[in-house]
Design a protein around this ligand. Structure first.
Ligand code: S3P
Length: 168
C-alpha cells in the first residue's frame, strides 16, 4: 500500500516523505523531482517556458503511473488535488495523507524560496492566503490529516506511522 502525501506548498511533503520512507524502509518518489528529471528543467522553468497547463498534464500522467507503484511513499506537488482524477489514480493502491500547517508557518517556510512559480509576482503572505482559500476545500476532503506546524520532522513521521499502524 502506497502512502501519498499531499498538502499546500511548504507543508513539508518532501522532507517528511523522505524521512517516512526511510523509517518504513520504503521507496520514496517526489513527483516534482520526477517531472524535473523527465523534462530536464526545474518546475519554475517548465511554468515559464511551457506554461502551467503543460505542467498539469504531465503531473496527471505521472499520477497515473504512480498509482501502479506498490509500498512506496509518494510526495505530490501542492496542486495535485485540483484534478479529481489525480487523487483517484494516486489512491488506487494507497492511502492519502494530508499535511497541514497554519498560515504563519507556511509563510515562514516559503518567504525566502524562489522555486515556487505560483508565489511569484506578489507578497508571499497574500499569495499564500489567496491560493490557500482556493485549495482548502480540496485538502479538507482528506480525512487523514497531520499538522506539521511547530513540529519536528521526526514528530510528524511518528504521528503518521502511529496512525497507519492503528489503521492496519
Ligand atoms: C504547486 C506546488 C509545487 C509544484 C508547482 C505547483 C501548486 O509543489 O508542484 O510549483 O500548485 O501548489 P510543492 O507543493 O512541493 O511546493
Amino acid at each position: 500500500m502506497n502512502i501519498i502525501l499531499i498538502g499546500f506548498m511548504g507543508s513539508g511533503k518532501t522532507v517528511v516523505g523522505k524521512a517516512l520512507a526511510e523509517r518504513l524502509g520504503r521507496a520514496f518518489f517526489d513527483m516534482d523531482s520526477i517531472i524535473e528529471e523527465e523534462q530536464g528543467m526545474t518546475v519554475a522553468e517548465i511554468f515559464r517556458t511551457k506554461g502551467e497547463k503543460f505542467f498539469r498534464l504531465w503531473e496527471a500522467e505521472l499520477a497515473r503511473r504512480m498509482g501502479e507503484e506498490r509500498d512506496a511513499v509518494i510526495a505530490c506537488g501542492g496542486g495535485v488535488v485540483l484534478n479529481r482524477e489525480n487523487l483517484e489514480n494516486l489512491s488506487r493502491n494507497g492511502i492519502v495523507v494530508c499535511l497541514d500547517a497554519d498560515l504563519d508557518t507556511l509563510v515562514n517556510r516559503l518567504k525566502d524560496m524562489d522555486d515556487r512559480p505560483l508565489l511569484e509576482g506578489g507578497e508571499t503572505r497574500k499569495r499564500v492566503e489567496s491560493l490557500l482559500a482556493e485549495r482548502q476545500p480540496f485538502y479538507d476532503r482528506i480525512e487523514f490529516k497531520v499538522d506539521t506546524s511547530g513540529r519536528s520532522v521526526d514528530e510528524v513521521v511518528d504521528e503518521i506511522a502511529d496512525k497507519l499502524r492503528a489503521r492496519c
